[in-house]
Design a protein around this ligand. Sequence first.
Ligand code: G3P
Length: 217
Amino acid sequence: MKFFVDTADVAEIADLAATGLLDGVTTNPSLVAKAGRDFKTIIREICALVPGPVSAEVAALDYEGMITEGRTLAKIAKNVTVKLPLTWEGLKACKTLTGEGTMVNVTLCFSANQALLAAKAGATFVSPFIGRLDDQGLEGMELISEIRTIYDNYETLSTQILAASIRTVNHVKQAAMIGADVSTVPPAILKALVKHPLTDKGIETFMADWKKTGQKI
Ligand code: G3P
């Protein structure tokens, strides 16, 4: 499974990119607003830091507007992935932009049928939102499972499942067990994946015992 980080904070991305474990980045209008900086500058900087796909979301809701904005964003760097909402206009724009060789991430996916449409429109990625379904008292992870089953039923559907709205380390584990192609994870959750109290305790014990040997490597 690929790991993307879900943030528009360039400093955080630089930090995580240094691990060599970052396969891409996703942003959205809320994350850009939180960063409080110029959108296109942010995307340019992220694309220079991370060679993998970098999702940049359009603000237009109509087909023509999405195409204009999508083409503008795609020109920033080769690894820009244009993020489009899961609407008929978005799907139509997805078909056009993918036909031009631009990577597209169809976002705000909340049903398996929506994911089926995104794949038929040629999306590079579809983003089912796990946490926001959980917020409604539903089981977000079931959606990942349904989409995996559907995509695996048809060889012609090559869209990658990008598990989004991930809120916990358990979400990451479950998405990986189901076979999501990508998880996009907030920086804090990504950093928490490495943590285990027994790892810390083990290091402590080994270091104390090593000190007793008086040796150096
Ligand atoms: O980038 C889309 C998604 O990951 C948003 O997550 O936590 O705002 O539902 P969240």
